[in-house]
Ligand binder design. Structure first.
Ligand SMILES: NC(=O)c1ccc[n+]([C@@H]2O[C@H](COP(=O)([O-])OP(=O)(O)OC[C@H]3O[C@@H](n4cnc5c(N)ncnc54)[C@H](O)[C@@H]3O)[C@@H](O)[C@H]2O)c1
Length: 368
């Protein structure tokens, strides 16, 4: 397999996880990086043990013939501008989620990638991890019969508890729905298929939040997006999914994600993680039992989707964490806020197929 050379744009908190994971894949090499903050780019390059990461200005990185794929790890409001500039420069792109913050911008990125004949991939890639892949195989093997419903529930109290620069989480295009919702919605589509329509209720519970960690502790943030979002998704298959994403909940006893079937139930792990546990309940034994995880990606493996894209480029096959999947998820999130605003049911015009499952038994560093 040929090596895919990656240029990273955005060298903040999550970039270090990608840097570590990329080193596990023989087909991936990070060769350049760029950031609005030169110190962040310099620190990222210095953290490359092989010393092969060059610090470049954004335009230089996009023009560099040695960069095959731009890895966009900027904040959500910058995703569209960086990704569209990279696609226009003829680069393939793998972006952190969300793909963009508006439906129009997301659609433009998918169209641009098609016009340019390059790849567009997008996080989350947690559905490739051991936990969600185990769930996928359990469903496909009929362990719970035919799925008839699911709940996807995220309740937390916001990233200002731990993130050093949490302002972006409260801007339009972020909030719990756009920040954490992609994990729950992507897992829903990857496990159960595309979404047909959405309805919901959303609110901003507090107009201001206070930074609690790092050098900015004490700073007050204005909240510009709903922080408690509830909804119902109707899947194309007819399955109803109950959704909650909230930054306003201090404590709860809810499951993260459960899928109910005609013959049993599946306890799905946190879709914002790669590992387990996965438990299944069947109507014969009437007991919960743990399922053995089907691959080795149990730790934080952000970058797995990028490795899959790189391998897919070489093999000429489709990559799994695709722009069209991310656009369908973005469409659903936008539609949910529209439905909440209008107190209506919004039908989606986008769709996405379930990405092919990974081969069971993959060791770390393997994707095919
Ligand atoms: N932090 C996490 O745990 C985490 C986990 C999963 C996904 N993500 C996602 O990853 C992305 C980045 O998150 P983060 O926590 O690393 O944020 P961060 O604020 O720590 O880092 C973002 C970096 O991007 C740079 N940047 C912003 N706009 C830019 C632009 N136009 N050009 C070049 N550089 C630019 C900033 O200077 C900063 O260094 C977000 O989309 C977030 O949702 C973060």
């Amino acid at each position: 397999m040929s090596t895919t050379r990656v240029g990273v744009v955005g060298c903040g908190v999550i970039s270090r996880v990608y840097q570590k994971v990329a080193r596990e894949f023989a087909g991936l090499e990070i060769v350049a990086c760029s950031d609005l903050d030169p110190a962040a780019a310099k620190a990222f390059a210095e953290a490359d043990p092989a010393g092969r990461t060059r610090v470049l200005e954004l335009e230089e990185l996009l023009d560099d013939p040695d960069v095959d794929v731009v890895l966009n790890l900027t904040v959500p409001l910058a995703h569209w501008s960086v990704t569209s500039a990279a696609l226009r420069a003829g680069k393939s792109v793998y972006s952190e989620k969300p793909l963009a913050t508006t439906r129009e911008q997301g659609a433009e990125l998918v169209r641009l990638a098609g016009e340019q004949g390059v790849r567009l991939g997008c996080a989350p890639d947690t559905f490739l991890g051991a936990g969600l892949q185990t769930c996928r195989l359990a469903i496909d093997d009929g362990l719970i019969g035919e799925p008839i419903g699911a709940v996807a529930l995220l309740g937390g109290h916001g990233p200002e508890e731990w993130h050093p620069n949490p302002a972006f989480f409260y801007e339009a295009g972020a909030g719990p729905l756009f920040d954490i919702g992609p994990y729950y919605l992507t897992a829903t589509v990857a496990l159960l298929g595309p979404i047909a329509s959405v309805s919901g209720v959303a609110r901003i519970s507090a107009e201001e939040r206070r930074v609690r960690a790092g050098a900015r502790a004490g700073e007050v943030l204005k909240v510009a997006t709903p922080t408690h979002v509830t909804g119902t998704l109707e899947l194309v298959s007819g399955i109803p999914v109950t959704l909650l994403t909230s930054f306003d909940v201090w404590a709860h006893h809810l499951p993260r994600f459960e899928i109910y079937g005609t013959e049993g139930s599946l306890s799905v792990p946190d879709p914002n993680t790669f590992g387990g546990p996965v438990e299944a309940w069947d109507a014969t034994s009437r007991k919960w039992r743990p399922l053995e995880l089907v691959n080795s990606y149990t730790e934080n493996s952000r970058g797995l989707g990028l490795a899959d894209l790189a391998s897919a480029r070489s093999a000429g096959r489709e990559h799994r964490a695709s722009g069209s999947l991310a656009f369908h998820v973005l469409d659903a999130m936008v539609a949910l806020l529209e439905a909440a605003e209008e107190r209506s049911v919004v039908r989606l015009s986008s769709s996405a197929g379930r990405p092919a499952p990974l081969r069971p038994g993959l060791a770390r560093g393997e994707i095919d």
